[in-house]
Design a protein around this ligand. Structure first.
Ligand SMILES: C[S@@+](CC[C@H](N)C(=O)[O-])C[C@H]1O[C@@H](n2cnc3c(N)ncnc32)[C@H](O)[C@@H]1O
Length: 255
């Protein structure tokens, strides 16, 4: 048997064959690139979020079933593994308030382990996407989707725990050496924490990995007596993605 017959790809021998082979490879690469580009267009993958699209299965394991995002959703959704870990701390709890629900990354995971979730977002498009994405995971019936401003709604809310993942100010947050609580949007971290505390001391806060740790740990002192607090660094594939602070009864025990 000749070596050419043995190998999977028969390499072209003559100049003409080589030229035809190269052309074929070029066409195949071009088609593949066009297919990927089309897919990205359909999924709101702007140049700013291309990097996040490459991590799409870390964000939602059921991505291919039909998950939908908008540009902000791409860079602000909590990766599924982290959202599941955060939710596991409230397993079996009654009502969880997801104050900044976005496209539903956290609300979906809470709905899988808690009785009910109140998912709030000020942007109607986000709530539409969160509802759609919750359906992909089959948990839409366990979530109340509310379009509104958390700060305005807070006095009328009741829940067993509040989850806070406010906007970090876009991907540029990484450039800060020391991310201070006043950089959180739309209000600083202290004000946000105080508003949440009026609802319950059981609070989970998801913050950038470069957060000022001293400031973050001082949050527990906003309450008298100070709240129990636990700090967890969150990784995906060995890369640090954020810091989760747990307060109140969520520390060291389930709700
Ligand atoms: C970091 S994202 C949340 C991502 C979410 N945890 C997820 O996994 O999909 C922050 C969200 O807060 C929303 N937001 C900003 N200000 C708000 C406010 N005052 N009340 C409620 N939602 C607000 C934004 O529209 C954005 O979707």
């Amino acid at each position: 048997m000749s070596p050419a017959k043995d190998s999977a790809v028969v390499l072209p021998q003559t100049r003409k064959q080589r030229k035809r082979f190269k052309r074929k490879v070029k066409i195949r690469v071009k088609r593949k690139t066009q297919k990927v580009e089309k897919l990205k267009d359909r999924e709101n993958v702007t140049p700013l979020v291309k990097k996040y699209w490459l991590q799409r299965y870390d964000l939602f394991s059921k991505y291919d079933v039909g998950i939908r995002m908008d540009e902000e959703g791409w860079f602000s959704v909590t990766p599924e593994e982290i959202a599941a870990l955060q939710a596991s701390r409230c397993s079996g709890a009654g009502v969880i308030i997801d104050a900044f629900a976005g496209v539903g990354g956290n609300a979906i995971q809470f709905a899988q382990v808690c009785h009910h979730v109140i998912a709030i977002d000020i942007d109607p498009k986000k709530i539409e996407l969160a509802f759609h994405n919750a359906k992909i995971y089959g948990v839409e019936d366990y979530i109340d989707f509310i379009v509104g401003d958390f700060f305005q709604l807070a006095p009328s809310l009741k829940g067993d725990a509040v989850f806070l993942s406010p906007p970090w100010g876009g991907p540029s947050y990484k450039a800060k050496e020391n991310y201070t609580l006043d950089l959180l949007k739309p209000k600083d971290g202290h004000s946000l924490f105080q508003v949440a505390q009026e609802i319950t001391p059981n609070i989970i806060m998801y913050l950038p990995r470069n957060i000022d740790m001293l400031q973050a740990s001082e949050l527990s002192w906003l309450s008298s007596p100070p709240l129990d607090m636990e700090i967890e660094e969150n990784f995906v594939r060995g890369r640090s993605k954020g810091i989760t602070l747990y307060f109140g009864n969520i520390v060291l025990q389930s709700l």
